[in-house]
Every structure is written in structure tokens, then in C-alpha cells.
Design a protein around this ligand. Sequence first.
Ligand SMILES: [Cu+2]
Length: 453
Amino acid sequence: MSDTPISRRALLEQGVTVLTATAAVASLVQAQHAGMHMPEPAAPPLPPTQPSRSRRSKVRLSPGQPQRDYTPVITPNGATLPFRIVDRVKVFHLTAGVIQHEFAPGLKATCWGYNGLTPGPTIEAVEGDRVRIYVTNQLPEPTSVHWHGLFVPSGMDGVSGVSQAPIPPGETFMYEFDLDQYGTYMYHPHYDEMTQQALGMMGMFVIHQRGARRRPDKDFVMLSSEWKIALGTARPDPNEMTDFNVLTFNSKAFPGTAPLVIQRGDDVRIRFGNLSAMSHHPIHVHGLAWRVVGTDGGQVERTAQRLESTTLVPVGTTRTVEFSADVSGDWSMHCHMTHHTMTQMGHSGVNLNGVDETKIDAATASLLPQYMTMGQTGMGDHGAMKMPVPRNSIPMQGAPGPKGHVDMGGMFTVLKVRDRVTGQTDPGWYADPPGTVARAATPDELKRDGIVV
Ligand SMILES: [Cu+2]
């Protein structure tokens, strides 16, 4: 190669190359305009979305142990499924059956669940564990269990009619598979799905990361569902499609929901699941923001994690959020769909907002001496008025709180962040530091700031 400066000839050749390239681009553009098919450049392969079968460990890892390998989750109002280890396999036993369940003080119903509970006890394991799960069917009809989000052999997927025969009443089936992933998953029937889930058959399936470098101080599990329980009845109606009147976290409606008790400074994880029939739930937290770190498909890349104070949990998904609880207080956490913080009463009432009730009351009082029209100035009075409700039903709104009536019920709970806590023992309501509670303005204050009312 000549080391002389760029020659005239070379310049000419380069010029020709540039011209040729320009012409090629021009003809490509013309061809595309003319609708001609041009070969596409080869795209890099997509990254894998699940562990490759060939990469999976051939060596059976030691079954993960609570405390040693993971900080156990807390299922408020719920339980964790115990296991025993047989030949390095974790063995669990679920029993599907008819149960009696209390949604909140005053409302009990005959539901279906697992091991006497709805939601069923949380199944908890560690990435790399092999699990064997026995399912006994004590329901009056067949059932099956699908492991929502888990990468299992096709025949362990639990879809009745597709992956397995249904489990007849009285029979016990066995599922067995390796857990080659970690995150927040769920389990539920895939036989007569509409009925069985509407009656309460669902649970969470948590797989901890093996050898996680960071563990949360508190790791909560919250599974949402929705129910139609007609006033005064004692069984959820599985045929309902739109008008649900009991909305729940872990099958409890406020004030039946236990608070999430957190020590100030704790790193907190909350794993939300939603197995409602029809409703997505935007779950809103007060006083802090959290980071969405996972779904039922796996972990969210750190650069894609979003800070939110309301996280939509659509039907049939999980969302895992993490935050540091830096500020003490009673921080409400609830579904932001306002009808989802209401309960049975009032869902089908007529709109009386702005109505002059005096004539209605006078006319009705002659028939029903204790009758009182309500709702003309809003409905904030419904819960606090101690309205009589039909037997085995709960009022439209909430419960007494420390500063008046709490007008939310249903999917409502409180994060109780305190300087010191003892496990999940309810520390009571927050003692606000002096001067930090909203109150009536004084005439002097109004005058000082030029507020005319
Ligand atoms: Cu909701």
C-alpha cells in the first residue's frame, strides 16, 4: 500500500463510491414507494424470557429453608402452607373444600377454598427447589390446579381437559416440578373457573431468589378478589358478571383487613395479585412512592422500573413493588376505583343527590315510622349513621376511625409505620406530633392570610 497522501485517483474512487451509495439509497426509497419487497436486515435474536431447559441445573439443590435462605412472606389475614422435605423434594398438601368465611365483622358466607381458607395458604419456595404438591378434592364437583406464571412441564399445567383429567370429588392428584425461576405467582382452579374462583378458590405462589444479595425486612402478599353476595344471603353468586358488592384484599373487606405493620426504615416488598372475575384494581398508597420491580412474567429490569403511587393490577396478573418506609404514620392503601371501597349497601340505590327529601319523608313516614331518606347531600352519612342493615350484611361504608368515621370499606387497609413495632401486632392508630393534623382555621388565621369565606 502506498503511504502517500490521498491521491487524486483515490479521491475520485471514493467519490464514485459515495455516488454509488447515494444512488442505491435513492433506488431503495423508490422501490419502497413503489411497494416492492426488499429484504430486511437481519435482527439480533430476542433475549430469552424463561430459563432454557438445557441450562437448568442437573444437580438437585438443597431445599431452601426459611430464615436461612429467605425471609418468609406475611399474608395479612392469611397463612403460609407448611411443607415437609422428602428426599430433597418439598412436599405440600392442598385440600379443596367448602369453607365458612368471614369477610368483615357482620358478614359470613359459605365459600370454597383450600385448607379451610380463602385465599388458600400462600405456597412459598426457593428458586431451584423441586416441589411435589398433593391436591385433595373435597368439593362437590371436580377441580384442578393451575400454577399461574410457573414454567412447568405441559402435563403439570393444571388445565382440565388440556393438560390433565379433572380431579374427581374424593380423589387426590399429585403435581411435581422444578422451580427454575423466582418471583410472584398464583394458583387457582382451571375447571369450572368462573364458579370456583368466584367462590374463593385462589392463592399466591411465591418463589424467592436463591442466594439473593438483598432481602426485604417485610415481604407482604395481597391477593385481590371480588364477590357478589346479595343482601342477607350467605353464599357468593358466581353468575354475577358486573355488579360485585364485596371487594377484598386477601378475601377481607375493611374493617376486616389487617393493617400492614412496618418499622420505620424497613425495606418493604408488597406482592399484589388479582384474581377478580372482571375488575382491574389501581392500588394506591398514601405518603410514599414505590418501585414496580416484578410481574408474573419475572423481574423488571432496573432501568425500566417505574416509581408510582398507584399501580394497576389487572385481572390475572401480579405486580411486585418495593419501597423504603421512611416516614411514620397511618398511610392508607386502597383500590382507587371508588366503588371498590364500598360494600354491599348502596350499590343499587337511586341517585338522591340534590333532591328535596321533605315530601318523600312525610309520605313514607306514614307507612314506615323509622324511614329516613339519605344521600341528598352526598353519602358521607351512610356509614356513620349506624343505619340498620339486613341480617348477615355489612354497611356501605367503612368503620369508625380515630378522627371520625372512615368512609372507605372494601379494598382498603392501612400501612402502620412506627418507630418500633412487634411483628404484625397492631400498634393502634398513629399519635400525630403536635401541630401536624389538619383542623378548622381560626378567624385570626383567615384574616392574617386574606381568606374571605
Ligand atoms: Cu378495584
